[in-house]
Design a protein around this ligand. Structure first.
Ligand code: G3H
Ligand code: 13P
Ligand code: ZN
Length: 340
């Protein structure tokens, strides 16, 4: 048994002062790459599934595959199955029933509404507290961990994106933790989702001092960094070399993530880099072997590319070597701890 509550993994990382990558999955090859990399480096790992991934993969399918990898293939690796950006209470309940060991309730945005530009508007502080408390009450009754979010993502250099963003106010963050009972807190420090985080050719800036302040106020809470893909140049160049069109993509330099971890960041969310690694590998096969039509001939190299890259990430975040530091804790045990 090594499918564990995310709280166990992150509390241990908080004690040890290291980061843990949370990698998004949509299919078998991504999952295998992540779990193989964790086993090879002896790293605890967080496998996360978005609401779109749930739709794409028949909901229960991904959960069943993660359970197999954690419980049958790699019982020595603490693995958490996490809902990324949970939009509403219904999805939280669904994931608790499916055996997820952690959920994010993204109460910072109102997913039921869209503005004139098609974007979800930000929720008020009180509205965010209310939905997050509800999610915590449900999830904790299953022993499932909860990540909340305060602030909204966006670039701090790009005016258009920044106008929609709202960096985390540390005082609000402290109050939010007190009022909600969450286990992990996503904070906005100037990152954004996707491959185009910062204008090309400018200095990458993040509000890293917010991490210091929030960590000082709520040291027991694991902090979460969304939009953490580094968008490595070699991956982008490879995609473009083999016919792709991903111009001017810029991510968060690994050194900056390492700095964020030193300051108290514990969960590092990464999706885009995995997408780039897969796309580069598949494009290469299609270009070099146009006669290939067995999916294993291109999905296999894609899986290898993801595994190689995640091994590097696990070493860079200092997660490597920590899988054996602690004993697994079951959801039943966590349920008792929350109740007591
Ligand atoms: O933060 C969002 C993740 O990158 C998930 O993206 O909704 O396209 O699966 P997705
Ligand atoms: P990236 O787009 O930077 O990979 O961020 C992923 C993320 O935050 C998932 O929640
Ligand atoms: Zn995110």
């Amino acid at each position: 048994m090594a499918l564990v509550p995310m709280k166990l993994i992150l509390d241990e990382a908080n004690k040890g002062g290291y980061g843990v990558g949370a990698f998004n999955v949509n299919n078998m090859e991504q999952l295998q790459a992540i779990c193989d990399a964790a086993a090879e480096t002896s790293s605890p790992v967080i496998v996360q599934v978005s609401r779109n991934a749930l739709k794409y993969a028949d909901k229960g399918l991904l959960a069943a595959m993660v359970r197999y990898m954690a419980e049958e293939k790699y019982p020595q690796i603490p693995t958490a199955l996490h809902l990324d950006h949970g939009p509403d209470i219904e999805t939280i309940k669904e994931c608790c029933e499916l055996g997820f060991t952690s959920v994010m309730i993204d109460g910072s945005l109102d997913y039921a509404t869209k503005d004139a530009n098609g974007a979800h508007p930000a929720r008020s502080f009180d509205g965010n507290v209310a939905i997050t408390r509800e999610a915590v009450a449900i999830a904790h009754s299953y022993g499932v961990s909860v990540e909340g979010e305060i602030g909204t993502l966006g670039g701090i250099e790009d005016d258009t994106v920044a106008s929609a963003a709202h960096l985390t106010d540390p005082l609000e963050a402290e109050e939010f933790v007190k009022q909600t009972g969450i286990d992990a807190l996503a904070i906005a420090i100037g990152t954004s989702h996707g491959a185009y985080k910062f204008p090309v050719g400018t200095e990458v800036k993040l509000a890293l001092d917010i991490i210091d302040d929030v960590h000082k106020r709520v040291p027991e809470i694991a902090l979460v960094m969304h939009g953490s893909s580094s968008v490595p140049k070699h991956m982008v160049d490879e995609v473009n070399k083999y016919g792709g069109k991903v111009p001017n993509a810029v991510g968060v330099p690994t050194a900056m993530i390492q700095d964020a971890i030193k300051r108290g960041m514990r969960k590092v969310n990464i999706d885009t880099d995995g997408r780039l690694a897969i796309t580069a590998a598949i494009r290469k096969v299609f270009t070099e072997k146009p006669e290939a039509f067995d999916p294993r001939k291109y999905l296999g190299p894609a899986r290898d590319a993801v595994r190689t890259w995640i091994i590097e990430e696990m070493k860079a975040f200092s997660t490597a070597g920590h899988a054996g530091d602690y004993q697994p804790v079951s959801l039943e045990e966590m349920k008792k701890r929350y109740a007591g």
